[in-house]
Write a protein that binds this ligand. Structure first.
Ligand SMILES: Nc1ncnc2c1ncn2[C@@H]1O[C@H](COP(=O)(O)OP(=O)(O)O)[C@@H](O)[C@H]1O
Ligand SMILES: [Mg+2]
Length: 497
């Protein structure tokens, strides 16, 4: 051999020995031709102990190769490299992952003369990969199992993830239904942009924002939103929103508010009622005396007596005073009701027919939106008529005789309640007056036009009949009063009077 050839051989052998992965050269019948230094060191064997043996004999101490997925034969037939991952446990119990790479070495005719098998320890990578998979699976379980609605969207607004709780809140039937949805469709028009702006102003975070979402059925739902932008290498890649449905909380809050207001009202009414009852009693007796003597005097006067108009005026005014006293007694619940079982709708019709001055209704459209369901209530029909008349007169005067008056009845069988709503399209009640309208003598009307006794009387009468009265809503577009009575249930005992 000449020097050049020797030199060539020398570096080729050295290359093989310096490969940092344990490597074998195999003949097509799997007999080991040689092994590199790293292989011998790693396995603690001398070259003579491996050369001439079959590879499965060295690796597994087996006659036949037990590795069903070994690509050796494939490498021979297809003449291309291939690899297989092998997991094995060392004698000390350590779990290792090896990547075995088989590369064909071809002869001048293009046939496989040898196969080079190189073993790479990929335990570290594999463990990292497994840990990552486990974390991913865990996170997925946390997100999917969370009772809190979570939605993630990419920077173009395409939904990447909507967990089952969010599907329920947004009422999308399944993950496929979400496919064509973009983030802006989850909110009323313009809201998604506002949220993005707030997120950017808040350095990618938004805490406890109160907003509204629109679900798949078009229903607006008040929610609390916590959101953040996800960045990757300073670049915005996605947004995540966490939604809390506020419907129940708001309902409880508003119910609490109404209850508190009613409580305050009834406390005030109790003390005012006592006062009114005291005054009414004291004044009722002298008024009866004045009326008696004035009537006597009037009867004694001739028809053309010049004093007659004066005495007539006294009788008239005393009668008015007695009416006021009567109302005060009703308010302070000093009158005794005569209760009947009666249809709520029929009391309303009756009350409307009793209103004496049809002129004041000239331009008012009356809408009777009555429920057809059975609504029996156990009340004093004259007293409740009086209440309805008072409400109707107030409504008509708030509309200045021009507008729509709606009387709407309904019932809630589970609550056992019947409702009458009296709604007008009038001027509304100013915020500062709302807490006073049921007080006796509170009026915003000019002297002579209002006594301020209509609502206070109504309040007393409604309470007398175990009902409730309150303002459902008021604005400059109109006011709605609600009357509420217990539904009469034939098979329940009537509470003893
Ligand atoms: N439907 C209504 N729309 C607007 N304001 C109303 C309505 N009902 C009552 N009010 C207000 O409540 C006040 C008290 O009513 P009420 O007790 O009937 O006394 P009055 O009608 O004699 O003023 C009224 O003066 C008015 O300011
Ligand atoms: Mg009135």
């Amino acid at each position: 051999m000449n020097d050049k050839l020797l030199q060539e051989l020398d570096w080729r052998i050295r290359v093989f020995d310096s490969l940092s992965f344990p490597t074998l050269i195999l003949k097509p019948d799997k007999v080991i031709l040689t092994a590199n230094q790293v292989f011998l060191q790693r396995h603690g064997v001398a070259l003579e102990q491996v050369v001439g043996r079959r590879c499965h004999d060295v690796f597994y101490g087996a006659e036949q190769c037990p590795n069903q997925v070994c690509p050796f034969n494939k490498v021979i037939t297809e003449k291309t490299g291939s690899s297989v991952m092998r997991r094995h446990t060392t004698r000390t119990g350590k779990r290792l992952y090896e990547d075995r790479v088989f590369s064909p070495i071809l002869d001048d005719d293009g046939n496989v003369a040898y196969v080079m098998e190189s073993v790479r320890d990929v335990t570290r990578q594999k463990n990292l990969e497994l840990a990552l998979k486990e974390t991913e699976a865990f996170l997925e379980k946390v997100i999917l199992g969370s009772p809190i609605a979570i939605v993630a969207a990419d920077r173009y607004g395409h939904i990447l993830l909507m967990n089952p709780a969010a599907e329920e809140l947004f009422e999308y039937a399944n993950p496929f239904a979400v496919r064509h949805v973009t983030a802006d469709m989850l909110y009323p028009p313009g809201t998604a942009n506002t949220i993005m702006r707030q997120l950017k102003d808040g350095k990618g975070k938004l805490h406890g924002a109160k907003t509204t979402i629109i679900n798949a059925k078009g229903v607006a739902i008040p929610v609390e939103l916590n959101a953040s932008i996800i960045y990757e290498d300073d670049e915005e890649v996605a947004t995540v929103g966490i939604y809390t449905d506020l419907r129940e909380k708001l309902a409880v809050e508003s119910k609490l508010k109404v209850t508190q207001a009613q409580l305050a009202q009834s406390e005030k009414m109790a003390s005012l009622g006592q006062l009114a009852a005291g005054v009414a009693h004291e004044i009722n007796n002298p008024l009866t005396g004045i009326l008696f003597y004035a009537t006597l005097k009037l009867e004694a006067l001739q028809a053309d007596d010049p004093e007659r108009p004066d005495v007539e005026a006294v009788v008239e005014d005393v009668k008015r005073c007695k009416d006021i006293v009567q109302n005060l007694l009703a308010y302070s619940r000093q009158s005794s009701p005569m209760k009947d079982i009666i249809q709520l709708n029929s009391i309303i019709n009756q009350s409307l027919s009793l209103i004496r001055d049809p002129k004041m209704f000239s331009n008012v459209k009356i809408v009777r939106d009555f429920s057809e369901e059975m609504m029996l209530v156990h009340v004093d029909k004259n007293q409740i008529s009086q209440v309805i008349i008072n409400l109707v007169i107030n409504a008509v005067s708030a509309m200045n005789g021009d507008g729509v008056l709606t009387l709407c009845t309904s019932r809630d069988k589970t609550q056992g309640k019947a409702y009458l709503e009296v709604a007008d399209t009038g001027c509304g009640i100013a915020e500062e007056c709302l807490s006073k309208i049921f007080d006796p003598f509170f009026t915003t009307k000019a002297p002579g036009e209002g006594t301020g006794l209509g609502l206070s009387t109504a309040y007393g009468l409604v309470k007398e009949n175990k009902g409730n009265i309150h303002v459902k809503q008021t604005s400059d577009a109109g006011t709605t009063f609600v009357l509420e009575f217990d539904l009469y249930q034939p098979f329940h005992d009537i509470e003893p009077e």
